[in-house]
Write a protein that binds this ligand. Structure first.
Ligand SMILES: Cc1cc2nc3c(=O)[nH]c(=O)nc-3n(C[C@H](O)[C@H](O)[C@H](O)COP(=O)(O)OP(=O)(O)OC[C@H]3O[C@@H](n4cnc5c(N)ncnc54)[C@H](O)[C@@H]3O)c2cc1C
Length: 344
């Protein structure tokens, strides 16, 4: 049996940030991840200046280089708004591996299946034991499945489905483009260039809002590709084969701690209600969980922003978007009241 004070299941941004902070607080931990790093993670790879600052990243020293967008083009109802707010893009393949290594934590490649509380500790697959357990395994996190789902099942109305592809491409336009609610898409599509000759394209929307369930997202993807070809943003003959993934947006207070078991990042369903930004909340929640373990203090996610747009768009446009109905409502721009079920 391998024993550790803290075991973190999942070495993505949430798990790596938690491990990094635990080590800085003098607490040793072990990460279990089913994938050997570097690993592929479907994600556009947009990160905010807040993420850079929370992780104390020296941009000049980041070995893989980030791309900083001069402008984000937000396309909405036939209008284009140029948002001048410095935002960055990274490749998750590189970024997650770098974060994990930087944390200096022991990592074991192991797909966690069964977790059982035993005599005040947690036992994992009969092979690992710990006092504190952090669930950072993303949407399908086994810590969520074993210890939390029964008490706090995720609401289907908060589920986002996305189709995306990242590919090597000599892009000509180094700005980020976002198309909101195009042809009934209850979400948005994106064009995100990366510094080192890569491009990420995708469409994402609320599962419940997709009109024809089967194939709806694929149709939105086809529309995006046509649009990008017509605009000269990609070549006619660029081979494309997108892949899909689903995750959950945040809605009010969730159950994120039971005893000494914590949920962070996508395992807790913390992506922002408007843009589905998940890396920032994953990093923040990982750091907060580490501090709660180190201090024996409550684990509160109150300080985590629920919305991304408020930091990006001017107020009048936000007000206009709030007034528009349908798809806007569907991506959660209205606050919803939910029960506070935080347990300790
Ligand atoms: C198409 C798409 C585009 C996105 N674009 C953006 C974006 O541009 N910006 C942004 O901020 N957010 C974006 N997001 C959201 C973002 O990707 C997630 O919110 C973020 O990855 C969450 O990080 P995490 O560490 O919680 O989980 P993950 O990054 O999913 O990491 C979880 C880790 O747990 C491991 N794991 C899973 N199951 C097990 C198991 N049983 N045993 C052991 N290990 C396990 C996995 O291998 C993985 O390494 C996007 C999401 C999608 C789907």
């Amino acid at each position: 049996m391998t024993r550790a004070d803290v075991i973190i299941v999942g070495g993505g941004p949430a798990g790596a940030a938690c491990a990094w902070q635990l080590r800085r607080r003098g607490i040793d931990c072990l990460i279990l991840d089913k994938a050997a790093f570097p690993r592929t993670k479907l994600c556009a790879g947009w990160i905010t200046p807040q993420v850079v600052s929370d992780l104390e990243i020296d941009i000049g020293a980041y070995p893989h280089r980030l791309l900083t967008f001069k402008v984000i083009h937000a396309h909405l109802f036939g209008m284009t708004l140029k948002v001048r707010s410095p935002q960055h893009s990274i490749r998750r393949f590189e970024f997650d591996d770098w974060l994990l290594k930087r944390s200096g934590t022991r990592v074991i490649t192991h797909a966690v299946k069964r977790i059982a509380p035993r005599s005040g500790r947690y036992e994992i697959d009969g092979r690992f034991q710990c006092d504190y357990l952090v669930g950072a395994g993303g949407t399908a996190c086994p810590v969520y499945r074993s210890l939390f789902r029964e008490f706090d099942p995720r609401a289907r109305r908060l589920q986002v489905a996305a189709l995306e592809q990242e590919l090597p491409y000599r892009w000509r336009d180094g700005d980020c483009h976002l198309w909101f609610f195009d042809k009934g898409l209850p979400g948005y599509s994106w064009y995100v260039p990366k510094q080192n000759g890569y491009l990420n394209l995708g469409v994402g929307g609320m599962v419940q809002g997709l009109r024809q369930k089967v194939g709806a997202l694929q149709q939105h993807w086809d529309r995006l590709v046509t649009r990008l070809r017509r605009a000269g943003l990609i070549d006619e003959n660029l081979p494309l084969a997108p892949r899909g993934y689903a995750y959950y947006l945040r809605d009010g207070a969730r159950l994120t701690r039971r005893g000494n078991a914590f949920l962070v990042g996508d395992a807790a369903g913390l992506a922002t209600c408007d843009l589905g930004e998940g890396i920032g909340p994953a990093v923040r929640s990982g750091i907060l969980a580490a501090n709660a373990i180190a201090d024996g203090a409550p684990y509160s996610l109150e300080a985590l922003p629920r919305y991304s747009l408020s930091a990006l768009l001017p107020r009048p446009l936000l007000a206009f978007m709030h007034r528009a109905q349908g798809g806007l409502d569907a991506i959660g721009l209205r606050r919803r009241q939910v029960d506070r079920r935080q347990a300790s």
